[in-house]
Design a protein around this ligand. Structure first.
Ligand SMILES: Cc1cc2nc3c(=O)[nH]c(=O)nc-3n(C[C@H](O)[C@H](O)[C@H](O)COP(=O)(O)OP(=O)(O)OC[C@H]3O[C@@H](n4cnc5c(N)ncnc54)[C@H](O)[C@@H]3O)c2cc1C
Length: 379
């Protein structure tokens, strides 16, 4: 029996899931070992995904996207992440929606279209050493210089920055206005005054993460949308971002569960395969149930989002439930593998390490609970 039959899925969505699964087996799986070992993201993977029509899923067709609902992006992210979350992260172009919705036609032609075609990669840089959950504590500024801008600051943990061609960077254009003083800028990663250092981390070795130093002149048309609207654009993006982030947690949890079930059915102790012991069988049953709970959260949030309804509450809940499920399921899977799972080349420990990121990124789970409490009129 398949451990994870997707529920409430249309025929079109199931066919798309199959396409993503085949792509993951054909193009992602063979690239895992080298990318994990070297920490270098294989840029050609983006081209392969574009050739298979699996990039730019949510951006508009005029600029090389597919213009599909978010649910399709969730399916792709989940399927790719069930094989390798680090590599999958480079194929999720949801962040480009800001350019799609707010960019000028020149910005779309120069950045969005080639990104949708897999020719260039993008990153999103908001977090700073003193500004993670407390985004408005950011110190990066963009001030007028000549006809353009000078952007100065230090951004941390920018996913993909070392292996991308441009970043969308949040900076204060008017600090006194706080939330209404943040703007978004396009910064080329090879521009003079941009320094990107690769960060060493616990998991996601196949994806490069950047510590970014900026003291850089930008042209006037580097501004995305209106000045002072940066936080509004980011908040809009985060709603969908949290749902696709939850889909990634789901994929990682499923990848780990599948490995654990397979192993439990072949590992023998005391003359029996270990799945026959109630202690292991029940653990696996609980993991399957937790996965299903997370699945229902993710896809009901995506469906509501696609129906055009406000979804912040559901997005936070999906992010919370799916990321906690990925941590607990990968942890339980490690116990089932026991000694062999602790050895560095065991695939299960990659899932375990990767999952540790999900309660932190896209807003920590404490911040999700804070938002849920606020939206639920609890505090
Ligand atoms: C591998 C990786 C990739 C990332 N990718 C990106 C990226 O591409 N772009 C980007 O901009 N950022 C990225 N991030 C940053 C990530 O979003 C932040 O790490 C996260 O928002 C938390 O910020 P912080 O680490 O500064 O923790 P802090 O904000 O310092 O929080 C520390 C602890 O305090 C808790 N806490 C803080 N405030 C409150 C509160 N009000 N109530 C209750 N608890 C609270 C937190 O939940 C946490 O437990 C990435 C991070 C990592 C590790």
């Amino acid at each position: 029996m398949e451990t994870y039959p997707a529920v409430f899925e249309s025929e079109e969505q199931t066919a798309f899931r199959d396409t993503c699964r085949r792509f993951a087996e054909r193009e992602i799986a063979p690239r895992i070992d080298e990318a994990e070992r070297t920490g270098v993201y294989p840029r050609e993977l983006r081209l392969k995904a574009a050739e298979a029509d699996l990039l730019g899923i949510c951006t508009s067709p005029e600029h090389g996207g597919a213009g599909a609902p978010l649910i399709f992006q969730c399916i792709a992210v989940e399927e790719f992440s069930s094989v390798c979350a680090g590599l999958a992260t480079g194929l999720n172009s949801l962040g480009l929606r800001v350019l799609d919705q707010e960019g000028t036609s020149e910005q779309k032609a120069r950045y969005l279209k080639p990104a949708n075609q897999g020719k260039i990669g993008s990153a999103f840089a908001m977090t700073e050493p003193g500004a993670g959950s407390d985004v408005l504590a950011m110190r990066t500024t963009a001030t007028r210089e000549g006809n353009g801008w000078r952007i100065k600051g230090n951004k941390l943990y920018a996913t993909g920055a070392p292996c991308s061609d441009f970043m969308m960077v949040a900076a204060y254009t008017d600090k006194k206005k706080r939330r209404d003083g943040v703007s978004l800028f396009i910064v080329d990663t090879d521009a003079e005054g941009v320094e990107i250092h690769k960060m060493d981390k616990l998991g996601h070795h196949a994806m490069e993460t950047g510590n970014v130093f900026l003291d850089c002149a930008l042209p006037a048309d580097a501004l995305i949308g209106e000045p002072g609207m940066g936080m509004a654009y980011i908040m809009k993006l985060l709603e969908g971002g949290r749902i696709t982030h939850a889909a990634r947690s789901l994929g990682v949890a499923r990848g780990a569960l599948d490995l654990a079930i397979e192993y439990a059915k072949e590992r023998e102790t005391f003359g029996k395969t270990i799945n026959k012991y109630q202690a292991i069988g029940m653990k696996l049953a609980q993991m399957m149930t937790d996965l299903r709970t997370a699945h229902l959260h993710v896809y009901s949030a995506a469906a509501k989002y696609d129906a055009g309804s406000p979804t912040l509450l559901e997005a936070c809940m999906a992010k919370l439930v799916a990321s906690e499920a990925s941590v607990s399921i990968t942890d339980q899977a490690m116990r089932i593998f026991a000694g062999v799972g602790y050895i560095n080349d065991a695939p299960i420990q990659r899932f375990f390490r990767d999952a540790r990121l999900y309660p932190i990124s896209e807003g920590t789970n404490e911040i999700q609970l804070r938002t849920i409490a606020r939206l639920g009129d609890i505090i």
